[in-house]
Each structure stands twice: as C-alpha cells, then as structure tokens.
Design a protein around this ligand. Structure first.
Ligand SMILES: *Cc1c(COP(=O)(O)O)cnc(C)c1O
Length: 373
C-alpha cells in the first residue's frame, strides 16, 4: 500500500458551504496547539464568546461555539429545550425544516407541522393559525435562511407571534449569521444555532449557539435529564463559564477555535452592517450576470437570500457533468439541488469570504464558457 501526503487543490467554493477561507484564518489554524485549560487559551475563549455576542447581536451570557458542526447545534437546541410531551410547532419549507421535525420527534415532542412550499418563506399567517389552534404549544422552531432553497423567513415576525403565546423559539441561523441581518435580542429569539463554515468563513466543525435567559430557565426547570450527555448544555456551561470555574467537560478543538477567533475578528473589524451590505452587493452583481445568461431564480426577489442563489438549470444542461467540468477546469465548486430540487437547480453560494467581486466574475465567466460548449 502506497499512500502519499494529501495536498488538496485550491478551489473556489461557491456552493452551500463550506465557503472560501482566508489565508489569515488558515494561518491561525496552524499556530501551536496549547492545552485547552491553559490560562492563555481560556482568555482567548472569552474573546470568542464576546465576538460571538457581537455577531449574534446579543447580550446572552450563554453564547458559545459547540465543538461539532451545525447539525450538533441544531440537536443541542432540541434535546435541551424539549421534554417528552411538549407541543412544538415546527415550520418546514425545505430540507433543514424537515431535519428540525426529525429532531423534535426524537426529543419526544408532540409536533404540529406548518408546511410551506420549497422556495417559499415560512408563512407568518399559517404560524399564527397554528398557535390559535394550539395555544399550549411551548416552542416554535423555524429556519431563518433555508439553504436548500435560498429563501429567507421573517424571524422577527415569527418570534413576535411565539411571544404572544409565551412560547420559546428555536431558530436555525446556520446560513444567516454574518450574511443577512440577524438580531437575537431585538427580535427576542431564544435558542439560536449557527455553523462556522458558511458566512463566517471558518473551518467546518463548530456550531455557535446562543440561549436566552428564558431558554436557560426552561432547561433548569426540566423534570427529566437531557438524554444526550455530550450536548447537555448545563454541563457545558461549567466548562465555558469564566476563569477559575473552568472544568473539564471535553477537549476543545483548540486549533479550530483559533480559526474561529480569527474569522470572528475579521467580521468584527469589517462591521456587521458592512458585511451584510457586501453580501447584498455581490448578490446584485451575480444576479445581473446570471439573468443575462437566461438563468431564472427559484425564490421571489422579496425573500431571496443574497448568500445563496438558487437558479434553475438551463434547458439541456446536464447537472452533474457540468458541475464536474466547472470543478476540473475552473477549480470552481457550485452546489447541486437537494431533495425535490435535485437535478433541477444549482445553488450558487456567496458566503463570507467567498462574497467578493473576483469570485462573481470568475463564476459568470466559467458558466458562460461552459454552457456555450
Ligand atoms: C449547513 C446547514 C446546517 C447543518 O450544518 P452542518 O455544519 O453541515 O452540520 C443546518 N442548517 C442549515 C440551514 C444549513 O445551511
């Protein structure tokens, strides 16, 4: 058996994540590993928490990166907040809404499903009706930015309804964080999870989460223990809660957290508003080019995500072969469709460090040459 060292090519990542990573973040990753209870590391973790609070626009004390990908952040919210028998309204308008439903069921919830067509945002009036019919619902769960379709839902309006019924919200902000406005405190969101590899442009494998005081109260008032030991946030809290109190829960992914620190610092230095504007500007440029080539968007302009452009494949273009050609000839990755949209659409990402003019220009040129062929 002869196995050589692995040197990946430098791709341009314009799919649904991971996104391009800056050389600053890659360099941070290769700094010397130190102990995860080393005082210097603990100091850096406190800065990561402060930077995450900025990114989420929250003062929530419990704001940390879970040491696992976005899916673990999702699972953490469900297993911590739900007790068997709790009624949970789950909104499903794409792949990730369906995963929320699956998580709620496995957590023992009685699920009330609010279904919307793929490509549509979550319907505020349907959620209102679901609460009217189920005023005892304890939690509303929805995806802010549905990456499978490119639709943005109105998190503020949905949260307002939940508050009227004294219900908590679980919000998937994996693709929205850093790419479009997300205001956890102003919108009164309770349990919000994200991912490192989308608009934060960090390495995959970390899931920033933030829990409101109300969410922590619900966890502390539980009658039954949380079925997952690793994701039990009451245990993790002890690990993250400041100097002196730090105890061993699991070994933190030290170098990945250096990278997250660097990526969040870049977002802080750019400023959230500027980052949101950059995503919107790059989306406009890409959109003009794509529509010029005859591409049609899946999602209506009113609730289209700038960082995830879902477009129908032009007539006669082979999905897999064309994406393979883009990868081989241009080192360019774009995403295929998921679920019901598989083979029918492409998902072109403009996430974080990938949302820049060079990438838009390369993508348009590559598509033009490839489709002409
Ligand atoms: C990517 C994504 C996830 C899952 O994140 P992983 O890091 O792949 O586990 C969850 N929800 C949404 C909306 C996503 O885009």
């Amino acid at each position: 058996m002869k196995i050589q060292r692995f040197f990946p090519p430098r791709r341009i990542l314009m799919g649904p994540g991971p996104s391009d990573i800056s050389s600053d973040v890659l360099q941070a990753l290769s700094r010397p590993t130190i102990g995860h209870l080393d005082p210097l590391f603990i100091g850096m973790m406190d800065e990561v928490k402060a930077l995450l609070k900025y990114a989420f626009q929250t003062e929530n004390e419990f704001t940390i990166p879970i040491s696992a990908p976005g899916s673990a952040g999702m699972e953490a919210c469900f297993v911590n907040l739900i007790e068997a028998g709790d009624k949970v309204i789950v909104c499903r308008n794409g792949v990730f809404g369906e995963r929320m439903r699956e998580n709620a069921i496995r957590s023992g919830a009685e699920v009330v499903l609010v279904d919307d067509e793929w490509g549509q945002p979550v319907s505020v009036s349907k959620v209102e009706a679901a609460f009217k019919a189920n005023p005892d619902a304890k939690i509303l769960a929805f995806v802010h930015a549905e990456t499978s379709t490119g639709a943005l839902s109105d998190a503020e309006a949905l949260s307002k309804i939940a508050k009227q019924y004294d219900a908590l919200t679980i919000v998937d902000a994996v693709t929205s964080l850093g790419g479009v406005p997300l205001k956890v405190d102003e919108w009164k969101l309770d349990a919000v999870y994200s991912g490192s590899q989308k608009c934060l442009s960090c390495v995959p494998g970390l899931s920033p989460v933030t829990f409101s005081a109300k969410a922590i109260e619900k966890i502390q008032a539980r009658q039954s223990p949380i079925q997952s030991w690793f994701l039990d946030q009451s245990l993790v809290l002890g690990y993250w809660s400041g100097e002196g109190k730090r105890s061993y829960h699991h070994t933190a992914p030290v170098n990945s957290l250096y990278a997250l620190h660097e990526a969040l610092l870049a977002l802080y230095e750019e400023g959230l508003e500027n980052a949101w504007k950059r995503h919107a500007d790059m989306h406009q440029k890409l959109k003009v080019g794509l529509e010029g080539m005859g591409f049609k968007y899946v999602v209506d302009e009113a609730y289209r995500l700038p960082q995830l452009n879902s477009v129908y494949l032009p007539e006669g273009v082979d999905d897999a072969a064309t994406r393979q050609h883009l990868l081989n000839e241009y080192n360019l990755e774009v995403g295929g469709g998921l679920g019901a949209l598989a083979g029918k659409v492409w998902r072109i990402g403009l996430m974080g460090y990938s949302a820049k003019s060079e990438n838009v220009a390369l993508c348009l040129k590559a598509l033009e040459e490839t489709i002409k062929r």
